[in-house]
Design a protein around this ligand. Structure first.
Ligand code: AMP
Length: 218
């Protein structure tokens, strides 16, 4: 199954993708995680990526498309993927469509999680991540078992460098200006599923599972 997760920063895309990964047996591929790995390198491109990310701006399309399409060409993505954070612009969506079409493949479902702006800012303020395995925690709703240590791999948890309130607002605005048209792109294709992400986690999960035909005893 080939799935795209759309939604503003803090909507829960990564958290849902991590839960769905072992259920759907496809890799969770997050463009933000790929960029967080690249930004740690010592190269001109890494320095450019750090600049865009820390200002809350999108990395230019050409570099982003090349990076994600390379990742999608790896063997583990041959039977499907959960793509989180890409495409974020209409040219990215068109490039993805073209690449898949050339292989006789297509996106099965674009899942859009909607959450009001003020809720996003509060949620992101409580978020910490593992730089090693990319696990995501929320200090209020999903805290790690040991303070500041990843449950999955034991690495020290961090706050993201792009989660100061001013930068968060810029990232939310980038979503409104550049990614909302991508939601419309998939609506026109008839594969958009919209879910209200501003409800208790089990309620949202139940809707997400229904969208994928997953049966879970709750
Ligand atoms: P995320 O973890 O998805 O919130 O992404 C973190 C940052 O990585 C974004 O604010 C952008 O600077 C960059 N980024 C991630 N995905 C994309 C994308 N599809 N297009 C452009 N920039 C991206």
């Amino acid at each position: 199954m080939k799935v795209i997760l759309l939604g503003p920063p803090g909507a829960g895309k990564g958290t849902h993708a991590k839960r769905l990964e072992p259920i759907l047996h496809v890799p969770h591929i997050a463009s933000g995680d790929l960029f967080r790995d690249i930004r740690r390198e010592d190269s001109d491109f890494a320095r450019e990526v750090r600049g865009y990310m820390d200002r809350g701006e999108y990395v230019p399309d050409a570099a982003t498309i090349k990076m994600v399409l390379q990742r999608l060409a790896e063997p583990d993505a041959a039977d499907g993927f959960l793509l989180d954070g890409f495409p974020r612009t209409v040219p990215q969506a068109q490039a993805l469509d073209a690449a898949l079409t050339s292989e006789g493949r297509r996106i099965d479902c674009a899942l859009s999680l909607a959450v009001p702006d003020d809720v996003l800012v509060a949620r992101i303020a409580d978020r910490v991540i593992c730089p090693q395995c990319h696990a995501i925690y929320n200090l209020k709703s999903k805290p790690p078992r040991l303070e500041a240590v990843c449950d999955v791999c034991g690495h020290a948890l961090e706050r993201r460098t792009d989660e100061e309130p001013d930068v968060i607002r810029k990232r939310v605005q980038a979503f409104v200006d550049q990614t909302k048209p991508v939601v419309e792109h998939y609506r026109k294709k008839g594969i958009l599923v919209e879910i209200n992400g501003d409800r208790p986690i089990p309620v949202v999960e139940a809707d997400v599972d229904r969208a994928f035909g997953i049966r879970v005893e709750r």
